[in-house]
Ligand binder design. Structure first.
Ligand code: ATP
Ligand code: MG
Length: 384
């Protein structure tokens, strides 16, 4: 009989609330993958087993599992009897691919009643396979690894191992609101928080008068790509143009970028509260652009009393680009667009804004009226 055997690492460090994380992981494995909707998925100490039936779409299932946060690796495994004879027979049945020169046997043994220790199993099966294949043992970087997992629930053998995302299951650590532009950084920031177990709600501010549907389509495409990591995603599209047109009459060009960003948080606070989210995510990285100097970030982040998480804060652009490529957002993000943050701003914005100054502009502006109006016209999409 074959099954998919799924391993996790970080959940394993949890003690009392481990079942909570495991149950969430099982739920996330099932959701977002049509061929797993009715599959039998069992939690057995330290592992999750997915029974594979004939109609299981393996390619789609693997693609899905590779995106489920919390999984460290997964493999297609065979169940064998828990005995040395059965393991010998399994070794004798291994197909010997032409291109393989080196190998190792890797055994886990949580069933302590099995008479051989893990190193003993490695040695005996290794010697047997070596005699049959002529391959050399290489423990650090073998061409082929034969895995043996001897547990109370049975003995499983497998060779291929696919790497998972690691981290913790989405939803196990609450909800956050991500401020999403159409750029490179904010999608990567949201992805990093998926891996920490956070469910993410997306909020995008648009100035369609500057650039009609192009930005909207782009943000929808980005959220759809990210939805693959949390099955479905909610996107709030907040109109920003009326508000920006009013704001530019009271804020000088050099200070507008910071003013826009402060207002975004003030509006998004209502969405956060409605969603019972616990904080914000942004794609800020210190010094990357004028709005991200330490002085300006201080003034911007002062706009809300909710915590703001910026997981890229210490990353350089190359690191961010590498992740964007891995998660499939890079090609969407690099398409040209006008972010509403650049609406009528100075070519060289202020890089050392003072809070007093930002507050002085806001006194001349009817925040509440414009925020309420913007929220009234906000569109909410369910994507994925
Ligand atoms: P990004 O690549 O994420 O667009 P950036 O380097 O272009 O970032 P900014 O334009 O200063 O930097 O934006 C910084 C952060 O502010 C973004 O990462 C995002 O969290 C938020 N933000 C900017 N524009 C918008 C927008 N139109 N709607 C929602 N959030 C935004
Ligand atoms: Mg941007």
């Amino acid at each position: 009989m074959s099954s998919l055997i799924v391993y996790y690492d970080e959940i394993g460090t949890k003690s009392g609330n481990r079942p909570y994380f495991e149950k969430r992981l099982v739920r996330n494995i099932r959701e977002g993958c049509p061929s797993l909707r009715t599959a039998s998925i069992r939690r057995l100490y330290g592992r999750i087993f997915i029974e594979t039936s004939e109609d299981l779409d393996m390619a789609a299932t693997s693609e899905h599992l590779a995106r489920v946060a919390g999984i460290s690796s997964f493999s297609l495994a065979q169940t064998v009897e828990t005995s040395e004879e059965a393991l010998n027979a399994a070794v004798d049945a291994i197909e010997l691919p032409e291109e393989v020169r080196t190998f190792k046997v890797e055994t886990r043994r949580s069933e302590k009643r099995f008479p051989l220790t893990s190193p003993e199993v490695n040695q005996r099966l290794g010697a047997r396979l070596q005699a049959r294949s002529g391959w050399e043992v290489n423990l650090s970087n073998p061409d082929f690894t034969f895995h043996v997992d001897i547990s109370q629930q049975g003995t499983f053998i497998y060779s291929g191992k696919q790497k998972g995302l690691g981290g913790l299951p989405v939803g196990s650590n609450g909800k956050l609101v991500a401020l999403m532009s159409g750029g490179l950084d904010s999608p990567v920031a949201a992805f990093k928080m998926f891996r920490r177990g956070c469910k993410v709600i997306f909020v995008h501010f648009h100035n369609y008068s500057a650039d009609t549907r192009q930005v909207r389509d782009k943000v929808v495409a980005l959220v759809a790509q990210l939805a693959k990591y949390q099955s479905t995603s909610k996107l709030y599209l907040v109109p920003f143009s009326t508000l920006q047109q009013a704001l530019v009459t009271v804020v000088p060009p050099k200070a507008r970028m910071v003013a826009y960003r402060r207002l975004m948080f003030q509006i998004a606070e209502e969405i956060l509260e409605k969603e019972s989210a616990k904080g914000f995510i942004t794609g800020d990285s210190v010094g990357q652009v004028a709005s991200q100097t330490l002085e300006n970030l201080n003034v911007i982040y002062d706009a809300t009393s909710y915590p703001i998480f910026s997981p890229l804060i210490g990353d350089d652009k190359n690191t961010i680009i590498t992740i964007a490529r891995q998660i499939g957002t890079y090609d969407i993000s690099i398409k040209p667009y006008d972010d509403c943050c650049t609406f009528l701003v100075a070519k060289h914005p202020e890089t050392k804004m003072r809070l007093q100054e930002a507050l002085r502009y806001e006194e001349r502006f009817d925040n509440e009226k414009y925020c309420t109006e913007a929220l009234k016209e906000t569109e909410v999409l369910e994507i994925g």
